[in-house]
Write a protein that binds this ligand. Structure first.
Ligand SMILES: CC(C)(COP(=O)(O)OP(=O)(O)OC[C@H]1O[C@@H](n2cnc3c(N)ncnc32)[C@H](O)[C@@H]1OP(=O)(O)O)[C@@H](O)C(=O)NCCC(=O)NCCS
Length: 189
């Protein structure tokens, strides 16, 4: 476990003021420049990222979680819930776009971020959390595997980065319900 004298906080964001958005955009561009956490490969700038985050805050199926180091937004993740017409997969949700700015890494914020998303997904009634990650994101892979995610497949043509095709790994984790009986989620059960 990392030792830190910093204040670590992860919260579900329902709104963000201008200053918070500016800091989050800066963190996002810093993570993009360093190489990951978003589909973007080039920094987007404050205006485009502000539009992105404002849009995310408006989408009912999407929840934004913001990680703060000493109160300052330095990373985020999104919880994507299934559409209402997908009753058969209503038990599953997706964790996407998880990143911490390079200048705020190593304090345990990503671990906390993923845990908060898991807690929220479980509280909303989801029993499975899915995610996928480029095979080159070795820190993220170490994090997800240490948190109990099971790799169930690898897509050989998952992404194109700098003119090269990159594979990506697919993971899931069964979530414990906050109250009540654990469901048997094995196939056929
Ligand atoms: C992956 C990422 C979010 C980790 O952020 P972080 O805040 O530094 O992570 P934490 O401090 O919470 O560390 C969590 C775990 O990650 C792993 N980890 C962290 N830094 C590591 C490093 N330098 N080398 C190997 N593993 C590392 C460890 O398992 C660590 O747990 P431990 O310290 O308890 O052993 C960050 O590196 C990042 O944003 N990377 C680019 C984006 C990305 O890959 N996102 C995932 C795609 S969905």
């Amino acid at each position: 476990m990392p030792t830190t004298e910093h204040a670590l906080l992860v919260e579900r964001a329902e709104s963000l003021n201008e200053a918070e958005l500016a800091e989050l955009c800066e963190a996002t561009d810093a993570a993009i420049i360093e190489g990951g956490g978003f589909g973007w490969l080039e920094p987007q700038g404050r205006e485009a990222l502000t539009r992105h985050f404002r849009g995310v805050l408006l989408v009912p199926a999407c929840e934004l979680f913001v990680a703060r180091l000493d109160g300052v937004p330095v990373g985020s993740a999104q919880l994507i819930r299934p559409p209402r017409n997908n009753e058969a997969q209503a038990f599953a949700a997706q964790l996407t776009h998880a990143y911490i700015a390079p200048y705020a890494r190593g304090h345990g914020l990503a671990r906390l971020l993923v845990r908060r998303v898991e807690e929220r997904a479980a509280a909303l009634g989801h029993r499975v959390l899915n995610l996928d990650v480029r095979e080159t994101q070795s820190t993220a892979i170490a994090l997800f595997e240490s948190l109990g995610y099971t790799r169930w497949g690898t897509h050989p043509a998952y992404a194109r980065v700098k003119g090269r095709t990159t594979a990506g790994h697919y993971y899931y984790k069964l979530l414990e319900p906050p109250h009540g009986r654990t469901l048997d989620m094995r196939a056929g059960a």
